[in-house]
Write a protein that binds this ligand. Structure first.
Ligand code: ATP
Ligand code: MG
Length: 352
């Protein structure tokens, strides 16, 4: 039997959301997304949020709820992959007493708990085909059936779905229903990856710095402009979540070195990257990227081998000192004094 407290714990508070100026920043893509979200939030239609992991899908879902006509109603989030397949149906749609062995009492599902509120289905592509058809019925006529019930129930709910997959590919593979896709995708909000909104990185860094300084009662200083340049050039595979974690570590550990040395070892590998043969391939661009990546790796190794003494490294690479400084900056490599001082101190080599 479900207790009152376990039922209410499924209805979440929408929690703290950063100011809009931080969430949307300045890029055209995010401004267009904001305008689209504002228009759709007040209409009770399904929304599909797509974007790579860590781009803010969760935040946008909560914002949509906060602007919807049912904003004072429940906000119920279902993280589809976190609930084992066999349990997901009863979690979503509930069951009647005696519906299966162990069903000692009735239990309402999360769909019901979201009545006159928002049902946020995170990672929707993880729903199996049987559950997809139950969800389709819910979206078509607002009806669903608890497991073991004789009759359908009716519910009024705003459905917001999110995914970091390309659902069109899942449809082609036969793992996602096309008719469901059309139903959930009435309005599509596509979140750009952080590497496509680099102009917002500085504001995000300062926001997280202030936030974690206050949260952990720390006094970490603003980042140096040198490190900020490194952050602006990094490819951020983990998007804003990764950026937030880097700043959080900096605040707690109090040293820029933790960020710069970590990022230097996580650069994209263009040689092993999958090349997409579906669209046009720019051989020139790929070769340029690969050359830059090779150059970056060689420079990093030579700098490390020379304990970050840039004059020695330039000699070892047979390039001028000035050319090396330019290449270090261009490759987004850390060149801060902390690294050199530490490495030099360890190795007993004088800094240049
Ligand atoms: N636009 C943003 N402004 C400020 N913080 C953000 C923004 N987007 C994401 N974040 C922060 O990054 C972290 C990840 O965000 P969120 O959980 O919304 O991403 P997601 O797209 O749902 O990721 P996943 O696909 O892994 O579930 C959160 O801690 C969130 O606060
Ligand atoms: Mg999420």
């Amino acid at each position: 039997m479900t207790t009152t407290s376990s039922v209410s714990s499924l209805v979440q508070s929408i929690g703290e959301i950063p100011a809009e100026s931080i969430v949307f920043g300045h890029s055209d893509a995010m401004q267009a997304l904001r305008a689209r979200m504002d228009k759709v939030a007040s209409a009770n239609v399904p929304v599909l949020i797509q974007g790579e992991s860590g781009t803010g899908k969760d935040i946008i879902a909560r914002m949509i709820h906060g602007r919807s006509p049912w904003k004072t109603g429940p906000y119920v989030k279902v993280n589809c992959p976190a609930i084992p397949g066999t349990l997901l149906e009863s979690e979503l749609f509930g069951y009647e007493k005696g519906a299966f062995t162990g069903a000692y009492g009735m239990k309402p599902g999360r769909v019901e708990l979201a009545h006159r509120g928002t049902l946020f289905l995170d990672e929707i592509s993880e729903l199996d085909l049987a559950l997809q058809s139950k969800l389709l019925q819910l979206l078509q006529d607002g009806q669903f059936c608890r497991i073991g019930a004789q009759e359908d129930k009716k519910v009024e709910v705003r459905v917001v779905c999110a995914t970091n997959r390309i659902l069109e590919n899942e449809i082609e593979n036969g793992t996602f229903r096309q008719d469901l896709f059309y139903r959930i995708n009435v309005v599509n909000l596509a979140l750009p990856p952080l590497r496509e909104r680099r102009g917002d990185i500085e504001d995000l860094v300062n926001y997280f710095l202030d936030y974690y300084n206050r949260k952990y009662n720390c006094r970490a200083k603003p980042l140096s402009s040198e490190l900020m340049t490194v952050l602006q050039k990094y490819h951020w595979p983990g998007n804003i979540r990764e950026l937030e974690n880097q700043v959080k570590r900096y605040v707690i550990l109090g040293s820029e070195e933790v960020i710069s040395s970590d990022l230097a070892t996580h650069q994209p590998d263009y040689f092993n990257a999958e090349i997409n043969f579906d669209g046009p391939i720019s051989l020139k661009k790929l070769t340029r990227q690969a050359t830059r990546e090779l150059e970056r790796k060689v420079i990093l190794k030579v700098l490390q081998a020379n304990h970050w003494n840039r004059k020695q490294a330039a000699r070892a690479l047979s390039i001028s000192y000035r050319a090396l400084l330019y290449k270090i900056r261009d490759a987004g490599l850390p060149s801060n004094r902390t690294i050199r001082r530490r490495e030099n101190a360890n190795a007993g080599v004088a800094a240049d």
